[in-house]
Design a protein around this ligand. Structure first.
Ligand code: 16G
Length: 167
């Protein structure tokens, strides 16, 4: 039987269900066969992730309870066409608060112009608020800054540096 990454009641509380043949729901274990990883290739390098690897990672994420992967399924073709992830990071600071991280926002390029990016990010925003995250952060390419600013994200001048070491 298929498993959901997290309890759908959270999403139902946000009163989201079907919109014009599109189903918004948590990632499910069967989404390996609904093109979830193919969708992620439109964001970055995915590599050759087989079913076993996918399921192992899925169940690890589910066990931690900190991963909220939202997907949009085009019900007529049974494919995942958009996704966004909320990672809720546990902290000691801010009275043992959680810091939300917005990750892996992607919309199938054939479905552009339907405001699906805005839709999935707004769901993550509501979810982060519902979970009492004290802030929600993201990093993105330069050309996407206006998109995220339009959704209420702000560059913090005092804290605007984002650094990586790539391995
Ligand atoms: C973007 C994504 C990040 C993703 C990364 C992959 C958002 C808001 N940001 O920064 O989540 O993991 O791209 O690119 O979706 P990379 O393979 O170069 O790390």
């Amino acid at each position: 039987a298929e498993t959901e990454l997290f309890n759908i009641n959270i999403l139902e509380r946000l009163s989201l269900s079907k919109i014009e043949g599109l189903l918004i729901r948590p990632l499910k274990s069967g989404d390996y066969d609904r093109g979830f990883l193919q969708l992620l290739t439109q964001l970055t390098e995915v590599g050759n992730v087989n079913r076993e690897q996918f399921l192992n990672r899925f169940h690890m994420m589910r066990t931690t309870g900190s991963y909220y992967i939202i997907v949009v399924e085009d019900v007529s073709i049974g494919k995942i066409i958009a996704s966004a992830t909320l990672v809720a990071e546990q902290k000691f600071i801010h009275n043992c608060a959680m810091r939300g991280r917005l990750e892996d926002v992607v919309v199938n390029n054939k479905y552009r112009g339907k405001h699906l990016g805005k839709l999935v990010v707004n769901i993550v925003l509501q979810l982060a608020r519902y979970l009492h995250c004290y802030k929600l952060s993201l990093d993105c390419k330069d050309h996407l800054i206006p998109f995220y600013e339009s959704l209420g994200f702000k560059r913090e001048p005092s804290n605007a540096n984002y650094l990586n070491i790539r391995f």
